[in-house]
Design a protein around this ligand. Sequence first.
Ligand code: F6P
Length: 325
Amino acid sequence: MKKIAFLTSGGDSPGMNACIRAIVKSCLNQNISPFAINNGFKGMIENDFHEMTYLNVNNIIQLGGTIIGSARSEEFKMKEFRNTAINNLISNQIDGLIVIGGDGTFTGATILAKEMDIPIIGVPATIDNDIFGTDFSIGYDSALNTIVDAIDKIRDTASSHDRIFFVEVMGRNSGYIALNAAIASGSESVLIPEQISDIHFLANQIKNLNKGIRGSIIVVAEGDDLGGALKILSDLKPLLPSFDLKATILGHIQRGGNPSAFDRIISTKMGVHAVELLIEGKTNLMVGIKENSIISIPIQDGINLKKNPIEENDIDLLKKMLTTN
Ligand code: F6P
């Protein structure tokens, strides 16, 4: 293993830079040349490869986003462009590739693995934390803390004005971050894609919620089947004319900001382990964290298998925290 290339792809997540730093330092300390591919698979197609030094990763462990850029590449879905990308890996004499990202990134990596002989290792990084086989993906903990901090602020004004706030968080297909944000922020309820929601049930729930407490928070995952916070608000207003309803969409603020200490630690561990796996001659694996240990599983499992369903117990936990009399 003389040259290892790496990229960040898909939605950025806090901790990606800490992972980049870990990969670069771990390569350099073992006499391997690390090469960053800028802007994910797009940069692989465009031959945007850059050799990295210690200086390039100095003072980046604390930065959100990704210093090497990320992209969602439509071209990479086409074989002719993937052929160009593979030729670029070969002409740059890359011996191993590390992809840092979520399910879209891993899908790209598995297709690539069938079309070339260069070993590939995946590192899970997505605020959604919806990748099978790992308890945590890079960025989830930081985003969760950002959301909880925002909800704490919203709660101040919700209680001052005695309003019901619908706070929309990210998660197109997964309610993991929404549910845990609701638990951590003491929210009254949560709407997630994994559960069927009903607007009339919700209206009744709100009537029962507000027995004497001032202000309520309901967290809505963007992928919930009722159509997001704004749609819920307009559908609920006629059903609850005497309630003061508001919606806040947190949006991309959730993806930015400094990584938490936890994300910096798992990013460093996963980045170092990805390099180790390539040195050991492994391929088509995804690194992960299970029960506080670093593990690896087939990268295909990360995308093909479903992460454990949302625990009913966790949903019940919210109900147990309600003020009911
Ligand atoms: O996959 C991470 C994620 O942040 C999702 O939660 C969200 O639905 C999506 O990315 C947004 O993607 P984009 O920034 O490309 O609009």
